[in-house]
Design a binder for this molecule. Structure first.
Ligand code: 5GP
Ligand code: ZN
Length: 151
């Protein structure tokens, strides 16, 4: 695991790197993304380092979402240009994760913005109902049996 001094988000949480802070409590810290997709783009992170979702305490994960939900609501009422919100989390490099301290993006959206996530979301792979049923069964049986968090 990275030591806090190696991790930019740990340094931000500790106050040893600059950040524009939106929210903080004992478990969750939120600040403005330095390269925002749109103005108002916030990152919500756990106070204690967790590289991946699997490293994140389940209760803190729930709290991360709760705070993101409140920030999304506040953003809509803040005067920031915001006609919609995307919540986004990249877990693993192949999923687009670049900073290995897990974080939830809260991204304001408006008509005509440049963020093209919706193009990516419009793509899909073809699957049959049998494949859907098999995949659901695989995930069901893996819930609670892995090395990470028991549900
Ligand atoms: P990821 O691709 O890992 O989901 O997103 C990492 C995000 O962290 C990016 O949107 C990037 O702009 C942001 N980021 C990287 N370094 C810093 C930093 O030093 N300060 C802030 N505020 N955001 C950062
Ligand atoms: Zn960290």
């Amino acid at each position: 695991m990275l030591s806090p001094s190696d991790c930019i988000f740990c340094r931000i949480v500790a106050g040893s790197a600059p950040a524009s802070v939106v929210y903080r409590d004992d478990d969750v810290f939120a600040f403005m993304d330095i390269r925002p997709f749109n103005v108002g783009h916030v990152l919500v992170v756990p106070v204690h380092h967790a590289a991946y979702l699997a490293d994140l305490d389940l209760d803190v994960g729930g709290k991360l979402f709760r705070i993101a939900q409140q920030i999304a609501d506040a953003t809509r009422r803040s005067g920031i240009r915001c006609e919609g919100i995307n919540l986004f989390l990249a877990d693993g490099a192949i999923a687009g994760q670049e900073v290995f301290h897990t974080h939830l993006h809260v991204i304001p959206r408006f008509d005509g913005d440049e963020f093209d996530l919706l193009d990516a979301l419009a793509s899909f792979v073809k699957v049959s109902r049998d494949q859907l049923d098999d995949t659901a069964a695989n995930i069901r049986s893996a819930i609670g049996s892995g090395h990470s968090h028991p549900l």
